[in-house]
Design a protein around this ligand. Structure first.
Ligand SMILES: *[C@@H]1O[C@H](CO)[C@@H](O)[C@H](O)[C@H]1NC(C)=O
Length: 430
């Protein structure tokens, strides 16, 4: 027996045990009492009420053994199993609704908690920390023109946003054609040059062109490279300040379902992962071995593959805005920094001497629904059951031949061409 898990006195009631005789007396008494009640309530016998558990053999040994009665029971059984199937379906539907309602309840509860009202701790197992921070108050004065556009484009105060210039025009077209095909109305292209703006207008794609004299875009005018690489995060900030949640999207992404049907909305940042299996995507304990330390040779480390800063959902909360500010500030200080690394460092590192951590709440998206191209080409396409599941999006982030792979993804998942993905190597061949 495992120490500490014995049936100690703590686990039992401490009243003295009843004597064996009085236990039997009570049991008999309860039996007689129940018999009287059932006899009164069901003079025809209890079995009529519980047909699903009665076999015809038992039926004949009980009082009523006519063939008629057996047939009746059989047909009742059949109709009960129909009802059973129907009930099962209803339970599934109810469970789904319950899950949604619980999500909403949790969010409401957390938002209440965020008001900072002091209270006692809840009972064991029911305590909950704060993940779902409340949204900031919208401030239209930040960018009135953008506010007007968002009023038209956003659905339930959220939308997909992508930045694009002429270098990615072909991918952008695949990007919005698939968004249109899926029927997603709430998306917006931020055109970084005139060519892309007119291209979007000609295709009836919602587009917003930065006006260099507007808002924070003095960066666009004065900025060298490093300032522009931080631009994405500066622009995003305005969306959040206006009170919108943004699903930021690179353009090397194929949309196969509406992502807004698959978000949890319980965290400041909800992001797709660069991980390729359960461990790397969702986190694991990586044991580092240093034999010279002898008895203490094993050091445990917490690891997780980075979030993909090309596809994340960000809610308009103060930690989210602080994140964008921190990333933009660091990118403008260090022109050689990689925005995805900076994004992840700010999200991950706790406070320590000389540093105050961000402590934003975060959620890793399902790696098979929000799929990176390593998962697709290394694993999913070779697995007969995984390849039958339809992702929400596929991000061709791991491969430089983006356009042909995007088109192959469309062939495979949209047009059902089973061999569309076959000709590509797992990774790029340099
Ligand atoms: C990954 O995790 C999911 C959910 O917990 C589980 O169903 C699945 O079997 C896991 N896959 C592997 C390969 O361990």
């Amino acid at each position: 027996m495992i120490p500490g898990r014995t049936d100690g006195p703590l686990m039992k009631g401490n009243a003295p045990p009843l004597s064996r005789v009085s236990q039997i007396t009570i049991a008999v008494g309860v039996g007689v009492f129940l018999g009287c009640i059932f006899g009164y309530l069901y003079p025809d016998g209890l079995f009529r009420e519980a047909t699903s558990r009665v076999t015809s053999a038992q039926v004949s040994s009980v009082s009523c053994n006519s063939a008629e009665r057996v047939n009746m029971l059989k047909s009742e059984l059949a109709s009960l199993s129909d009802k059973h199937a129907e009930l099962k379906k209803q339970i599934r539907d109810l469970n789904k609704k319950l899950q949604l309602a619980e999500q909403e309840k949790d969010q409401a509860q957390e938002q209440f908690l965020s008001l900072g009202v002091q209270r006692k701790a809840f009972p064991f197992g029911t305590e909950k920390g704060l993940r779902t921070n409340s949204a900031v108050l919208p401030d239209e004065s930040v960018n009135p023109r953008l506010a007007k556009i968002l009023e038209k484009v956003a659905v339930r105060k959220e939308l997909i946003v992508a930045l694009a210039n002429s270098n990615v025009k072909e991918m952008l077209e695949v990007w919005f054609e698939n968004i249109k095909r899926v029927g997603i109305p709430n998306y917006l292209v931020i055109a970084l040059d005139e060519n892309i703006e007119s291209f979007c207008l000609s295709k009836e794609v919602p587009v917003y062109r930065r006006n260099p004299d507007e808002g924070i875009d003095s960066i666009g005018r004065i900025g060298g490279n490093h300032a522009v690489s931080g631009l994405k995060f500066r622009i995003l900030r305005e969306f959040l300040q206006l009170g919108y949640s943004v699903l930021l999207s690179d353009v090397d992404i194929v949309y196969l379902q509406n992502p807004f049907d698959h978000l949890f909305r319980d965290s400041d940042v909800e992001s797709m992962s660069d991980g390729h299996n359960n461990m790397t995507a969702y986190g694991y304990n990586d044991v580092f071995d240093e034999p010279s330390m002898g008895w203490a040779r094993y050091a445990h480390t917490m690891r997780i593959w980075v979030y993909n800063s090309g596809f994340f959902y960000i809610r308009p909360t103060t930690p989210s805005i602080e994140l964008l500010d921190r990333v933009a500030a660091r990118l403008s200080r260090d022109p050689t920094a990689w925005d995805q690394a900076v994004f992840n460092e700010e999200l991950s590192f706790p406070s320590h001497p000389g540093y105050i951590g961000l402590h934003a709440s975060r959620r890793t998206m399902d790696m098979y629904l929000f799929m990176n191209s390593k998962v697709l080409f290394k694993t999913v396409r070779k697995d007969s059951s995984l390849s039958k599941l339809k992702p929400v999006i596929v991000h061709v982030n791991y491969h430089p031949d983006k356009l042909p792979r995007m088109k192959a993804v469309v062939e495979f998942y949209v047009n059902g061409k089973q061999n569309a993905l076959q000709s590509f190597p797992d990774g790029s061949l340099w």
